[in-house]
Design a protein around this ligand. Structure first.
Ligand SMILES: [Zn+2]
Length: 263
């Protein structure tokens, strides 16, 4: 039987990679798209490619949007003049980035007759900004996804409509809940995903994305096996040990070291 196709926007991060792995696990054929948009965290592009292979997705298609860097000025992720911050600030949002990616993904989905387009938005991206009560990442909201889905279907022939856009957010899942489900499916490969907004040898451990990654592992009750340049410890109980030129959670490494000592 022919497998149903899914077009997956993947970044190399645990949210999108994990969500695509979940759909593969459900029996779908995954057609990944990887975007380069001139961002500082472009190391994730290589990570995404490697993980697509290891997880048995179809060969990914690279979409080079690096020229968009010229348009997306003043955001932390694409503008060299703007520093990547430790905590959320609206300047981290690349305006309607997901609308751009999902529209391109939908163009591909209509072409190859895939019914689903998926991406990694989750409920924490929808945390209300305390001042405006808007989602902190507006193009991650389920409402946005439903509206875009409707518009894209209306933009194509009636007989070909029926495209759906799915994400952990639309399923009502938080980052840690998606992570937990992903870990059950892909195991230790989860540590090979890349969250950092920069492209160093290890995760920096200081940007908003590194901190959210570490928090999500902690909330999910999964020992964090990520190597950080500077450990994003959440309290006195959250200690790290030196490892391969960086730091790794003691909770991850110590039990494994003990297991190795056993004959
Ligand atoms: Zn980082």
């Amino acid at each position: 039987m022919k497998k149903n196709k899914v077009v997956a926007v993947v970044s190399g991060g645990p949210d999108s990679i994990g969500y695509a792995a979940y759909w593969k696990h459900k029996g779908y054929e995954i057609h990944p798209l990887i975007f380069h948009y001139g961002h500082k965290g472009s190391k994730e592009v290589q990570v995404a490619q490697d993980l697509c292979k290891k997880l048995g997705f179809r060969d990914p298609i690279f979409i080079d949007l690096s020229d968009l860097k010229q348009l997306w000025r003043g955001t932390q992720l694409t503008d060299d003049q703007i520093k990547v911050e430790k905590e959320y600030a609206p300047t981290v949002v690349v305006p309607i980035r997901n609308a751009v990616f999902l529209t391109i993904a939908a163009a591909y989905a209509f072409t190859i007759q895939a019914k689903y387009v998926i991406y990694g938005a989750h409920l924490d991206d929808n945390t209300p900004n305390p001042k405006t009560l808007e989602p902190i990442y507006p193009d991650c909201s389920p409402e946005f996804q439903e509206a875009l889905e409707a518009a894209l279907n209306i933009g194509h022939f009636r007989a070909a409509r029926g495209l759906q856009i799915w994400s952990p957010a639309r399923e009502g899942l938080r980052k840690s809940e998606n992570l937990k489900r992903t870990y059950k499916i892909i195991g230790d490969l989860i540590y090979e995903t890349w969250s950092c907004y920069l492209s160093g040898q290890h995760h920096c451990g200081q940007c908003e994305s590194c901190i959210n990654r570490h928090k999500a592992f902690t909330e999910a009750g999964i020992p964090d096996g990520t190597i950080y340049k500077k450990y994003p410890g959440l309290g006195d109980w959250d200690t790290a040990v030196k490892y391969r030129g960086g730091y790794i959670s003691a909770k991850y490494i110590e039990p494994r070291a003990k297991n190795r000592e056993k004959p």
